[in-house]
Ligand binder design. Sequence first.
Ligand code: CIZ
Ligand code: SF4
Length: 302
Amino acid sequence: MELVEKINLLKKERNAVILAHNYQLPEIQDIADYVGDSLGLSIQASQTNADVIVFCGVYFMAETAKILSPGKTVLIPDKNAGCPMADMITAEELRELKAQHPKAKALCYVNTTAAVKAECDICCTSGNAEKIVREAFREEDEIIFVPDQYLANYIAKRVGREFILWKGFCPSHVKIMPEDIARERTRHPNAEVLVHPECPVGITSVADRVLSTEGMCRYVKESETREFIIGTEIGILHRMRKENPGKVFYPASERATCPNMKLTTLEKVLWSLEEMRFEVTVPADIMQKAQTCLQRMIDYKP
Ligand code: CIZ
Ligand code: SF4
């Protein structure tokens, strides 16, 4: 029997749902029940009647799914699939930063561990960060924004305020260089340039639009434009091409790939369902606080 058939059979048997992040390998996206960004996937999963969630993404995403669906079994096919950016700040380091700014409120990007979320007042994604900053804080609030310095700087410029930041970054998005954008624009003069806010300011400042992964997927579908240069992790091109057969997508840089996202393979998804591994759990004390942090964000409807 083919791998995919085996996965589908076991999925039924276990009453499982397979979620794949926009940056996963094409074959993983193709077997998933849902493909999307980390928050959208976790919310969708919490609303299904599946007993088991197989989260094809990186660890903080599977943790987010567990926090939003505490009664379900959440599995990650490769437990080494971490997010280096999320791991750039620990709960201890954040507590120290908060101690230096005792009056500040703490805002975290969704790319953080559950333990870091538990230390924060509210969370945000790249898609709702601007809205959360504008609506969830008062003008006089000091805001600690962790861990991505580039997302924080981009939002700071948008809203015209300063944050206390952390020097985290995404090793995959910083691979996109200004000369990549210039080269691709010369090659494809009619294409629109869409980039992710995890890119450094030299990239976000020259793009036509700065969007989250879901924002990009929505935009390319609705836009009249036919060609796009995409400045984010290249896994997303598979979904864009599949959903928009009449349009053309070029990666801003082939080097913008996330090795952790590519750890998930069909074999590992099958083993995950066969052996019910690797189960993602969140300690009870962290669970409650991280849930409050995430829920506050979800309550700000997009
Ligand atoms: O939250 C996500 O899924 C990430 C990491 C990026 C995005 O823009 O969707
Ligand atoms: Fe983390 Fe960057 Fe990989 Fe996203 S692309 S999971 S932010 S390392």
